[in-house]
Write a protein that binds this ligand. Structure first.
Ligand code: NAD
Length: 328
């Protein structure tokens, strides 16, 4: 029932968009009839791709890991196709999403997948990478006569599952408008940030806050609990006081502090890997160093995540910083 009403809502949104766009531009495409490619079926990619499926799109998925492809096929109950190569996905789709870990993965994937691109095909990269890498990928894509949007996301795995991600988009605005229905299937907000790379500046600066606020909640809760406070009671105090933030209210780093299925309640599994947060904080450091802007708290947070990663915790959700501090 829920799925049906989501599909109907998306269809209504698409219809509204159609009316807006036929009035303002002729570039509208009926995406419902087109096949979408999804490359990178990790913690974020699988739930995002599943939301495209739920909203009525046909999908071809691909991941370099056979295991992730198998998980995707199982979770989609056979209603999805998977490709054998990047080129195969691109050759058989109209719009292609990429959701890959780091700059190197995105560059190497695009240098291969563009071999089978078609003129005017649209590529949307949702990975968090450096703005400069995103601009380079945009050039590669546009040199093939195709279109590119850099559209990193916020909202975590929970937002990906619930279809409530925020997209921060850089690139050509008309291309975004023409493909808004695809974004609506996976998120609740799409914010146009400006030229290529601008969405990534917003995303990276946001994640600097995410890392720092998570360390702040972990540090304060570790002290309060060591001084005798009950984790659940203390979390409820913070969440009705001035310390309240996403890290305390949604992704609390202390096991048992919240009654939701955040990673700390699941041995820090299936969330946003600490090594990926470290990657984002380092991207922030590079942007700040290049523009001579001081970021003392980010520097300290990076030190902490480097230490945590060298203890073998880099694959856990980044809220594992609480466990790291507790065990020091
Ligand atoms: P992940 O490591 O779980 O998934 C990445 C997937 O990409 C893996 O399954 C990997 O096998 C696959 N991959 C790597 N190279 C590939 C290639 N050449 N071709 C095809 N597949 C390839 O990472 P994730 O958590 O899904 O994050 C993906 C991106 O989204 C990262 O840039 C991350 O920073 C960003 N992000 C993550 C979250 C989160 O909460 N997990 C939130 C917002 C943004």
């Amino acid at each position: 029932m829920k799925m049906l009403s989501r599909t109907r809502n998306s269809a209504v949104r698409c219809l509204l968009l159609y009316h807006q766009q036929t009035a303002s531009s002729k570039i509208y495409k009926r995406w419902k009839s087109n096949v979408v490619g999804f490359i990178g079926l990790g913690n974020m990619g699988i739930p995002m791709a599943k939301n495209l499926l739920k909203n009525g799109y046909q999908l071809i998925g691909y991941d370099i890991s056979a295991n992730r492809m198998e998980i995707f096929r199982q979770e989609s109950h056979g209603s999805v196709q998977t490709g054998n190569t990047l080129q195969e996905v691109v050759a058989n789709t109209e719009a292609v999403f990429t959701m890959l870990p780091e700059c190197t993965h995105v560059l190497s994937a695009y240098s291969v997948l563009l071999e089978s691109s078609k003129k005017n095909q649209v590529f949307i990269d949702c990975s968090t990478i450096s703005p400069d890498t995103s601009k380079k990928v945009a050039e590669m894509v546009e040199s093939k006569g195709c279109k590119f949007l850099g559209a990193p996301v916020s909202g975590g795995v929970v937002g990906a599952v619930n279809g409530t991600l925020t997209f921060m988009v850089g690139g050509d605005k008309d291309t975004l408008v023409a493909h808004q229905c695809l974004f609506n299937a996976m998120g609740s907000r799409t914010i146009y940030c400006g030229n290529h790379g601008s969405g990534l500046i917003a995303k990276i600066c946001n994640n600097m806050i995410l890392g720092m606020s998570t360390v702040a909640v972990a540090e304060a809760m570790n002290l309060g609990i060591k001084l005798g406070l009950d984790p659940k009671l203390f979390a409820s105090v913070i969440n009705t006081s001035s310390g309240r933030c996403w890290a305390s209210e949604v992704n609390n780093p202390v096991p048992g502090a919240l009654e939701n299925n955040c990673p700390s309640n699941n041995e820090y599994k299936n969330g946003f890997k600490a090594d990926l947060l470290l990657k984002d904080m380092n991207l922030g450091k590079t942007l700040a160093n290049n523009s001579h802007v001081p970021i003392p708290l980010t520097d300290k947070t990076v030190e902490m995540y480097n230490a945590l990663s060298s203890k073998g915790l880099g694959d856990k959700d980044f809220s594992v910083v609480y466990k790291y501090l507790k065990d020091l």
